[in-house]
Design a protein around this ligand. Structure first.
Ligand code: CP
Ligand code: NVA
Length: 300
């Protein structure tokens, strides 16, 4: 594994290795055992969109691994004034040991990997959010003891989260059902792959998707970059909400997950959110541990 661009590039064995190392690093951290695997190394973090979790967890993660991290806002970089990503990649490769990038086009992340000579980590694009789903799989394993055979139901927009959940969960032996309006489906090629390689359903019917689910997952109706579509999306997504009726269709003891930030009373009710806050904030914490595992695998 040279980069983390999207989960469909990884094998089940590679995902499992990351999750096992993440569990180990989490235990070591809790026990106060230092693990300076990246002493002297520097991660550059390019952000073209906002972030709370990704920024802080990568920065703290590098620090805990004995290295350092540089926050590079696209407002300040020449990339924001049109310097090509191909040149940026070649320059930054001479200074840094790895780059985490959050941007719009997946093609930009792939170009960084093609032209640079250091590991590139996708910290969210319009297409994918692989770091989030590694943390999600870690959290599912912690709470349910396994991934194989469990059913995950995603309710809402067929966005970057839906795409990465399809890739990651199908690879880890889970069943995946997506409930979304027909104009907001996940990536067509990824859905075709999922149908061929696992148990996959995409439907407009939320209760059908939620039936027998072990994990309910949702995300905002309008992602970063879609602010101008907010009104239209609010209308299109009415009913695509994780609420008591959806929980009643799921298996007893089903988990609820959300990548955050959450919009209460839109994609999830405040009641369901608070009833499952322990799971949701374990998930947020696990961003740190899962990403530290990715950093060690790629940069050590
Ligand atoms: N879930 C997630 O990526 O959060 P941030 O946008 O705060 O980084
Ligand atoms: N789908 C959301 C996820 C945020 C972590 C977005 O792209 O804004």
């Amino acid at each position: 594994m040279k980069h983390l661009l999207k989960l469909s590039d990884l094998s089940r064995a590679e995902i499992t290795e990351i999750l096992d190392l993440a569990d180990q690093l989490k235990q070591e951290k809790k026990a106060g055992i230092p693990h300076p695997h990246l002493a002297g190394k520097t991660l550059g973090m390019i952000f073209q969109k906002s972030s709370t979790r990704t920024r802080v967890s990568f920065e703290v993660g590098m620090y805990q691994l004995g290295g350092s991290a540089l926050f590079l806002s696209s407002n300040d970089l020449q990339i924001g004034r049109g310097e090509p990503v191909q040149d940026t990649a070649r320059v930054l490769s001479r200074y840094l040991d790895g780059i985490m990038i959050r941007t719009f086009a997946q093609a930009e992340v792939e170009a960084l990997a093609e032209y640079g000579s250091i590991p590139i980590i996708n910290g969210l694009t319009d297409y994918a959010h692989p770091c989030q789903v590694l943390a999600d799989l870690m959290t599912i394993r912690e709470h349910k003891g396994k991934t194989d055979g469990l059913k995950l139901c995603f309710v809402g927009d067929g966005n970057n989260m839906a795409n990465s959940l399809i890739a990651g969960c199908i690879k880890m032996g889970m069943k995946v059902a997506i409930a979304c309006p027909k104009d907001y489906q996940p990536d067509a090629a990824l859905m075709a792959w999922a149908k061929e390689n696992g148990d996959f359903l995409c439907t407009e019917n939320v209760l059908e998707a939620a039936k027998g689910a072990d994990v309910l997952y949702t995300d905002v109706w309008a992602s970063m970059g879609q602010e101008s579509e907010k009104k239209q999306r609010e209308a299109a997504f009415q009913g695509y909400q994780v609420n008591d009726a959806v929980m009643a269709a799921a298996n007893p003891g089903a988990m609820v997950m959300h990548c955050l930030p959450a919009h209460r009373e839109e994609e999830i009710t405040a009641k369901v959110f608070e009833e499952h806050a322990d799971e949701i904030f374990d998930e947020a914490e696990n961003r740190l541990h899962a990403q530290k595992a990715v950093l060690v695998k790629l940069m050590k």
